[in-house]
Write a protein that binds this ligand. Structure first.
Ligand code: ADP
Ligand code: ADP
Length: 232
């Protein structure tokens, strides 16, 4: 069953004279349990597509169903609720809260989900164990290496066991060794049955995913349509 169903999606910035078609008729399906990398050069439309998939912005036209629900025309509040319920985000820049320790950072999104304190603690501890940080729960971000901070961010993304993990250049700020470790954790998530969408400009990284979707000038070729071309 598809978790992501995008049909003929357009995102047009500055409509009129100086319009930019950041997404120019994108169709994409991602099935439950897939690990898909969306790869493209700078300016190809990756961030724009990531913002659509992540329900951080709405398209100019087209439809998007996430986990069966049409999310292409929701209000900001509704989108925020969908994000919280359906998606675990991993960003390039970790985005941890600096005066909270690792455990508190991971627990934070669970509060918005209305889980009781005991359950929050249980899920957060288990997620931190999963990323190899059982011994760092009371460390604040500035007491950890970049690799450790990103693993806290991974734990935060997976703690509530959301249907979709969305990772935007998750290794972009890490050295080779720490990046490889974070990537292996993300790949492991898929092996455990999670759906993972990775956004990257890094071809080498993308090739390690289960499926590579290339975006060029706001158009994609998802390698599945007959002849290797999307029809739109
Ligand atoms: P990528 O993430 O692959 O670098 P983006 O999605 O950021 O690509 O950008 C795709 C295109 O849309 C680029 O031409 C970029 O200049 C343009 N663009 C992105 N955001 C905006 C915006 N807020 N206003 C106008 N143009 C934008
Ligand atoms: P990782 O492989 O998880 O990135 P490292 O091997 O780079 O971890 O770091 C080893 C130890 O050094 C970490 O446990 C951490 O406590 C400490 N450390 C590394 N970098 C930093 C940093 N920038 N600030 C504070 N502590 C750091």
């Amino acid at each position: 069953t598809p978790i992501i169903e995008i049909r003929d999606l357009y995102k047009i910035y500055n409509p009129g004279e100086n319009e930019v078609r950041a997404l120019d008729g994108v169709s994409l399906q991602v099935s439950q349990g897939e690990f898909v990398a969306i790869v493209g050069h700078s300016g190809s439309g990756k961030s724009t597509l990531m913002n659509m998939i992540g329900c951080l912005d709405v398209p100019t036209a087209g439809s998007y169903r996430l986990n069966g629900q049409d999310v292409s025309e929701l209000s900001d509040n509704e989108l925020s609720e969908i994000r919280n319920r359906e998606i675990g985000f991993i960003f390039q820049s970790f985005n941890l809260i600096k005066n909270l320790n690792a455990l508190e950072n991971v627990e934070l999104p669970l509060i918005y989900r209305g889980l009781p304190a005991g359950r929050r603690r249980e899920l957060a501890v288990s997620a931190l164990e999963r990323v190899g940080l059982a011994g760092r729960m009371d460390h604040r971000p500035n007491q950890m290496s970049g690799g450790q901070q990103q693993r806290v961010a991974v734990a935060r993304a997976i703690a509530a066991q959301p249907p979709l993990i969305l990772a935007d250049e998750p290794t972009g700020n890490l050295d080779t060794r720490a990046g490889a470790r974070v990537f292996e954790i993300i790949r492991g998530l898929q092996e455990e049955g999670n759906t993972v969408v990775l956004i990257t400009h890094d071809e080498g990284l993308a090739k390690k995913a289960g499926r590579v979707v290339r975006i060029t000038d706001g158009r994609i070729d998802d390698g599945q349509a007959p002849g290797g071309k999307e029809i739109f």
